[in-house]
Write a protein that binds this ligand. Sequence first.
Ligand SMILES: Nc1ncnc2c1ncn2[C@@H]1O[C@H](COP(=O)(O)OP(=O)(O)OP(=O)(O)O)[C@@H](O)[C@H]1O
Ligand SMILES: [Mg+2]
Length: 202
Amino acid sequence: MKRKGKGVFICVEGLDGCGKTTQTKLLVRRLGKKGYNVTYTAEPSCGEIGKFIKKYCLHGKKRVSSIVEALLFAADRYEHVDNEIIPALNEGRLVVSDRYVYSSLAYQGAAGLDLKWIEKINEHAMRPDLAIFVDVEPEVVIHRLKPKKSVMENLETQRKVREVYMKFVEKGELVKIDGNRPKKEVADDILTIVLRFLEKAS
Ligand SMILES: Nc1ncnc2c1ncn2[C@@H]1O[C@H](COP(=O)(O)OP(=O)(O)OP(=O)(O)O)[C@@H](O)[C@H]1O
Ligand SMILES: [Mg+2]
């Protein structure tokens, strides 16, 4: 499916427990109050592949091969784009996704896969118009995450994941927000960045 409408696609990225869901939902609510037509969405998606990923890759007893993870997440992403993101964009809506392609780059890249290959298998999934990275130190998120929700949640993994995210911050692809502050302060910053972006884009 092709993107035709005037919608804007934003994603929120970060480590497990950094506050992505909290911030994505706050952003959607606040933009809605300002009169924007906004859609909240998330990865893994609510489609069949997304459901399978949650069961098989995230909540299994041990981590599956990173190649299998990368391929499943990419497949889920294509369905997410086709079934949810593009239809909403084509209606002119603003779409905010709780995780997107940078999660694949960060998590499977941290697991040792070549970033270029991960990019390759995701090349047909559109790049977001704006990508926000909610930055919280691995030591802090580990304490926020009790009880443990997925096989990715250990300090060593989270440290490596943050390193990969930071590469994309340095390249200017991700906008970094300090997420280690009260939720409202983080939300205020994100809203300012998004509104500035929307103003420029219009
Ligand atoms: N700025 C903040 N300061 C302190 N605690 C926070 C902050 N933002 C979120 N939290 C808390 O941290 C926990 C994780 O938040 P949230 O579920 O939004 O993170 P997440 O990034 O979506 O996590 P996951 O990757 O597991 O989906 C929740 O208990 C939430 O209330
Ligand atoms: Mg979440």
